[in-house]
Design a binder for this molecule. Structure first.
Ligand code: DMJ
Length: 566
């Protein structure tokens, strides 16, 4: 009897372990679902139809128009905001399977939302949050396999999106084609409007505006966004680096230092995602050059510092919370090992404080004296989701669990979820940003339950709104996305079978596919060491490793190699 019991105990762990982990996943996805509804219901009760909830005072803020200098008292008295959090919640409601609430929200917006208001808004924020939210929800509402809307939907969200897109167009009316950062929804660009904008502000509009053009057949939106992107790309330095801020009238850089965080982040993200969504080779080529420059000039081990776009010299050794999206982008291109390393560093900082500080000084290992806040940002959860999808390593679930627990412990209040004003004291701030519902809760939920995505081929905008990858939006579908397309890559002397995904880490040089002598396809990220014998005096003599696109460094014995990573 005892012997049988032992045999049973020895045999059962696999079953009970997987059951346990399935249970744990269900428990966690339920927990995240509750978080979403705690945030959503409180918004609907205390803030709707205004933009965002103030969870501590159970009141509202019209933050989209208050992001600028315009004070609430300058807005028309009847101004009720843009129902921003509701628009941002639409795709999350679909992912949570709440068709009834989705339909109710769509119908309310169809009747009540108007952009004909005298409000100065930030073009980038309005694009990723409102336009992206509407376009994505329109696609979900019209997806016949979803059956979200029972015959009552008549493209109202697309009509709203088109109206909003048209209100964006005057912003692009500049000598350079680069858009103003701020416009008035009713009157267009205001007199004496600032001409300063950011790289992400004018370089990451293409997904939403491109999708709007494809859906409406009005090419002006895609054309304006693409034109701005081309202009911006033309302003890159000889090192393929871009700065952080620029002037839309003169087309001159204002801030030459940049990195992968604030002011630039989604520019990189949109190059690769535009390639995936629209299939254009030019986006891939831009991304390759930009990605390589990031790896070469910003990367230090698993961290990314900032550097001067003209010289490539390091400027600020700081981690910013926004940078935590980068491992997610790396997963998309197949650079999973590097993504994992960087993700671990961010999670280390998360654990140290309980949440991520907005800015952390890498050289001193302390929080930035003024940027100590954590506004419920999604980026670490987002990368965790991507890494889990790529690896199925349960460790990422544990990371997700830790994030969920910290959010509940530190930021949950009776009236919703509050931002953290100071991560060193966990003092809260009265603001529940809409991206908490659009992104943070969505990525955490999908980490534990990805069934809503099964059989679907979506990419997420920078605000977490899903857009379907459709073959008719592609000029052509690159072979690199065909999952069964196994290619061989060379790792040292070993030949290894690798998936097409990993070839995208060190993208094969499609222009020069295979040497006549039958040698392996060369990776375009490969920058050879200065000397053929790989001898070096400094790191500058070393190039980029062709097997994983990592920067090689000079060892104390004077040889180039991946010494930092051993
Ligand atoms: C979101 O609005 C988007 O992800 C944007 O690209 C930058 N980050 C915020 C949330 O942190």
């Amino acid at each position: 009897m005892i012997r049988w019991l032992i045999v049973f105990l020895l045999l059962s762990p696999t079953t009970s372990m997987s059951e346990l982990s399935a249970k744990r996943r269900r428990r966690m996805s339920d927990k995240v679902r509750k978080m979403f509804y705690h945030a959503y219901d409180n918004y609907m009760t205390y803030a709707f139809p205004h933009d965002e909830l103030k969870p501590m005072t159970k009141s509202f803020t019209n933050s989209l128009s208050e992001l600028g200098n315009l004070k609430l008292e300058n807005l028309p008295r009847e101004y009720n905001g843009t129902a921003l959090t509701l628009v941002e919640s639409l795709s999350s409601l679909v992912i949570l399977g709440n068709n009834t609430e989705f339909e109710k929200a769509v119908m309310w917006l169809s009747v009540n939302l108007s952009f004909d208001v005298d409000a100065r808004i930030n073009l980038f924020e309005c694009n990723i949050r409102l336009l992206g939210g509407l376009v994505s929800a329109h696609i979900l509402a019209t997806d016949s396999t979803n059956r979200f809307i029972q015959g009552t939907y008549n493209n109202q969200l697309l009509v709203l999106a088109q109206d909003l897109g048209q209100r964006f167009l005057p912003a692009f009316n500049t000598p350079t084609g680069l858009p103003y950062a701020w416009i008035n929804l009713k009157y267009g660009v205001m007199e004496n409007e600032t001409t300063e904008t950011s790289t992400s502000g004018c370089g990451s509009l293409i997904l939403e505006m491109g999708a709007l053009s494809r859906l409406t057949g009005d090419a002006r939106f895609e054309h304006a966004a693409l034109n701005a992107l081309h202009k911006l790309w033309g302003m890159r330095s000889s090192l393929n680096l871009l700065g952080t801020t620029l002037d839309v009238v003169t087309g001159e850089w204002i801030e030459y230092s940049s990195g992968i965080g604030a002011g630039v982040d989604s520019f990189y993200e949109y190059l690769i995602k535009a390639h995936i969504l629209f299939g254009k080779e030019e986006f891939w080529r831009m991304f390759q050059s930009a990605y390589l420059a990031v790896q070469k000039y910003f990367r230090y081990g698993s961290w990314y510092h900032e550097a001067d776009m003209r010289t490539g010299r390091a400027t600020y050794w700081q981690l910013t919370s926004l940078q935590a999206f980068w491992p997610g982008v790396q997963v998309l291109v197949g650079d999973v090992a590097a993504a994992n390393l960087t993700h671990r560093e961010f999670f280390y900082v998360w654990k140290k404080f309980g949440v991520l500080p907005e800015r952390y000084l890498l050289d001193h290992q302390i929080v930035h004296p003024t940027e100590k806040y954590y506004p419920l940002r999604p980026e670490l959860a987002e990368s965790t989701y991507y890494l889990y999808q790529a690896t199925k390593d349960p460790w990422y679930m544990e990371v997700g669990e830790a994030i969920v627990n910290s959010l509940n412990l530190h930021t949950k209040v009776e009236g919703g979820f509050a931002s953290v004003r100071d991560v060193t004291t966990m003092q809260l701030e009265d603001h529940q940003h809409s991206f908490f519902l659009a992104e943070t809760c969505k990525y955490l939920y999908l980490l534990f339950d990805d069934s809503p995505l099964v059989g679907r081929n979506y990419i997420f905008t920078t605000e977490g709104h899903p857009l379907p990858v459709l073959s008719d939006w592609h000029e052509r579908l690159p072979d690199t996305y065909t999952p069964h397309n196994l290619t061989s890559i060379k790792i040292n002397t070993q030949k290894k079978q690798a998936s097409a995904m990993s070839m995208q880490v060190c993208p094969a040089n499609l222009l020069n596919p295979r040497h006549d002598d039958g040698q392996e396809i060369e990776s375009v990220c490969h920058v050879p060491d200065t000397r053929d014998d790989h001898r070096c005096l400094t790191d500058d003599d070393c190039g980029i490793d062709s097997t994983n696109c990592r920067r090689r460094s000079c060892s104390s014995a004077g040889y180039c190699g991946l010494w930092l990573f051993i």
